[in-house]
Write a protein that binds this ligand. Sequence first.
Ligand code: ADP
Ligand code: MG
Length: 475
Amino acid sequence: MENNHSAVWKKCLDIIRDNIGDPKSFKTWFEPIKPLHLDKGVLTIQVPSQFFYEWLEEHYIDLLKKVIKRELGTGGRLQYSIVMDTTDSFQVKAQSGNRKALDNPFIKIPITDDSVRMDPWIRAGMQMKAKVNSNLNFKYTFDNFIEGECNRLARSAGYAIAEDPGKTSFNPLFLHSPTGLGKTHLMHAIGIQTKENFPDKTVLYVSGEQFTQQFVEASKNHEKNDFAHFYQSIDVLLIDDVHKLAGRSGTQDQLFHIFNYLHQNGKQIILASDKSPVDLGDIEARLLSRFKWGLATDLEAPNVPTRIEILKNKIKNNGEIDIPNDVIEYIAYSISANVRELEGVLNSILAQSILNKRTITLDLARDMIDKFVRSSAKEVSIDYIKNIVCDYFQITVDEINSRTRKREIVQARQLAMYFSKKHTKYSLANIGMQCGNKDHATVLHAYRTVSDLLDTDKQFKVYVEDIEKKIKVNN
Ligand code: ADP
Ligand code: MG
């Protein structure tokens, strides 16, 4: 019976092969698996890495459960033994379908004691495993990151990186945009795709905040060197929200050194921020200059067709629910600035339909949009500002959007531009586009004119302060 495990696994593989349409996937994810032993209905298989194990559990769990049940009966279990590499070998006893076990650090059993290097970042609660747990969110793949004009360059650069990390000219890749336009999603997608292409590469996703906290903690414990070494061991480092490092000179200094080390060694760095490198105040010049070495590109708000596609994709992923096309279009036309809001509205409509058994109609959509937009009005939109300015001067939004050069309209338009620049994160070009289709130079000129008038014209200053109050009060 010595070979029993091999025989059983071989039968499992036959079924798996038949069930997976794509031979490449079978080759990638099942051929490297070695059956180790079979004991009391528990089949132990060896997988090459933590990531590999997570991928199997994420994508093939149902199939694995089915074949185990078929070959070993209902009491059958699957157990993984995870080999990190020859220097850091760990065995993870995690039973199939029990992903939660991953969060428990005590399921790791060192195979040989002296090969175990306790990583300080495990203690820091960063979920770093012996080598590294990538911290990736499997929901955010390339597959469900809809491509549009708004993200084409960033998306294809990201895709190219995953094909050849560290070797493209996009190093670093610096993604920037206002919130909710897909930076975090894209970063995870790049990480996941890289791992799929190169299971042995160490990928790490970390937020600027986590990075800072870890560094502060390490400094307190005199472990700065360990911190640096740890980060220098990463092949693909993704740091999200780097603007959170503003004003943190110690952390920036550390990142500067890590950056140089990784870059020199052909490792890939990907950064995301809510501002472009040019607008990142409070980040040291030498670090900023590094950020600009590769490709800095922004993600824009998606246009209507892309918004529709994003909505349809989310609906499809949600299962059986049917949403009429006119409702989808209505949502897409109503929510323009932010994909997160688009999702929020869709989710509340789905919830209403599932929980309260309401039929999905235009009225329901209107209701939800009203509620949602009101409750998330924290972020001021240009439309909102234009409405307040128009209200104040008793003119119409159409007049602001028109090409008229009537003095009072020009002034209102300039004020709308001024407040948009002041209160939103939109680029000058975008503000111009939304205020009468002007170019960025016009917006800049408006901003300067208003600032100058504020210093010289008392009556004008009163207007500006009044409007400012209204923007704040209503928000
Ligand atoms: P950011 O990091 O720029 O603030 P996120 O990546 O968190 O934005 O995106 C917000 C939400 O919008 C996420 O749930 C994400 O999945 C979704 N999203 C953004 N862009 C797209 C896209 N192009 N296709 C599908 N979903 C998207
Ligand atoms: Mg983000």
